[in-house]
Design a protein around this ligand. Structure first.
Ligand SMILES: NC(=O)c1ccc[n+]([C@@H]2O[C@H](COP(=O)([O-])OP(=O)(O)OC[C@H]3O[C@@H](n4cnc5c(N)ncnc54)[C@H](OP(=O)(O)O)[C@@H]3O)[C@@H](O)[C@H]2O)c1
Length: 242
């Protein structure tokens, strides 16, 4: 486990973010756990007395982030790691074009990630150390008929993180994008996914991958499969429906 001492996890109330928070807190790290469902965060704080600081926040409240970020780092008394795990993926029908759902995905998965990551990047550029992790997805590797905007937000997030990596690499800051495949969480519970990864497994793999800058799949088989999927020409991808 990574020797992190002070961390912020945004999207810490369930699923992968909650598991990352648990694992960090169990390793002795003080974690600010950020999300809207304060009852879930307080439960995490109860489980890990002293190591979890619950912070109620809706990530769509972008303009609150700079001050909140400063308050949290002061309360933690330091910062090594920021993980952006917040995300939404509403059900979208194949013939549905719903701007409200689309906007929610852009706001939570992408725009708010920028609001938080900009703060982390600015701080770590000055301190010349730190790790920034964004949870992307294998879903961001191609545009699929089923989830056009979810796919696009994850692709946008991955590109933004690549650019941060190119800015911050020479400052000793790690900038990490992880791309999980199907994972059993509240986000996917209605999909009844077969063979999905447990969130605790995803969390421990993500923390292990956080040790090196770059883009990481969580399974070697995904790295191979998605290298092939990314290389398929668009006209053929459309026919294959994969
Ligand atoms: N599950 C998968 O198969 C899978 C695969 C690849 C990538 N991912 C990505 O992994 C990340 C975690 O998702 P998950 O699967 O663990 O889903 P999850 O259990 O539904 O967790 C989503 C988290 O995002 C937070 N969130 C959503 N809207 C928010 C808002 N407006 N303000 C603050 N926090 C908000 C939720 O907290 P509150 O509702 O309490 O605010 C919750 O903590 C997401 O980025 C997701 O896209 C998931």
């Amino acid at each position: 486990m990574a020797p992190y001492k002070h961390a912020i996890v945004i999207g810490a109330s369930s699923g992968i973010g909650a598991e990352i928070t648990r694992q960090l807190a169990s390793s002795g790290c003080r974690v600010a756990a950020v999300a809207r469902r304060i009852d879930r965060l307080e439960q995490l704080a109860e489980e890990h007395k002293g190591n979890v600081l619950p912070v109620e926040h809706d990530v769509r409240n972008y303009y609150a982030v700079p001050e909140l970020f400063q308050q949290i780092t002061q309360r933690l008394n330091g910062l090594d790691l920021v993980v952006y795990a917040a995300g939404v993926m509403p059900e979208v029908g194949l013939h549905e074009y719903c701007f409200e759902k689309d906007r929610a995905m852009v706001e939570v998965n992408f725009l708010a990630a920028i609001a938080w990551m900009n703060e982390a990047a600015s701080r770590f550029e000055n301190t010349k150390h730190g790790t920034i992790v964004a949870i992307g997805s294998v879903a961001g590797d191609r545009g699929r008929a089923g989830q056009p905007v979810y796919n696009a937000t994850k692709a946008g997030l991955t590109t933004y993180m690549e650019a941060l990596r190119n800015r911050l690499g020479s400052y000793g800051v790690r900038v990490v994008t992880v791309k999980p495949g199907p994972t059993q969480t509240e986000m996917t519970e209605k999909l009844h996914l077969k063979g999905a990864m447990a969130p605790s497994t995803a969390a421990s793999l993500i923390l292990a991958k956080s040790q090196s800058s770059g883009e990481h799949y969580l399974k070697p088989t995904h790295a191979v499969a998605f290298a092939i999927i990314r290389a398929i020409p668009s006209w053929l991808f459309q026919k294959l429906k994969i």
